[in-house]
Design a binder for this molecule. Sequence first.
Ligand code: 8X3
Length: 246
Amino acid sequence: MKTDETVVVTGVTSGIGLACARLLIEQGSKVVGIGRREDRLDALADEFQGRFYPMCCDVRDSQSITSLINQLPDEFAAFSKLVNGAGLLQGQGTLLDVTDEQITTMLDTNVHGLINVTRAVLPKLIESGRGHVVNLTSIGAHVHYKGGHVYAASKAFVDHFGRCLRTELVGSKVRLTSVAPGKTRSEFALVQCDGDHEKADRVYSTLTPLEPVDVANSVLWALSQPEHVNINLIELMPADQELSYR
Ligand code: 8X3
């Protein structure tokens, strides 16, 4: 990847999305950052003067996403890459323990939201002649485990959606990569535990989790391969995370 590209990043206000944005900007790119929390977006715009364009929007809102993408200022309009980082897990326990609302939020964000943003930016990626989509999935897309149900299946959807989309993109100069991390220290656990810090800390208590920057390094590596190379999938996890549920 040339260092002066413009990259659209969703889920940019925390965790892996934020780590990707920071690394991209540090390496010379500009970022269109999509997130829901205006105060955090504004703080990033202040921090990265002129290199970060804050787009306050919910990925579930397809109309707003499309209209805001089409109204980007000239300095950010010629983007060529997309990092789909927005995604969440809500609730713990079995399928019967989660609420209808939590299920809807997960599916709308992880599945529909990702489709919305991908459809909104794809014409520009194709036009650029050097496009790349990176989808953040999860190790849960490849293995089954108790309590995975809706979240893990939504990530499996993204994985399969990406593989199918890739077949459409062959010849278009748009590459596509799935990055599937295991346990990563971020607000992800806090959202999963409905804001309960004690419970959220327990999610990481038995191992040394990945840090968001570990995952961002993989994303940047995939983006920086020569144009004739498509990295299909990167799966990474903490060294001491068990794979016994495979
Ligand atoms: C979540 C990763 O390992 O907690 O995306 O299931 S894991």
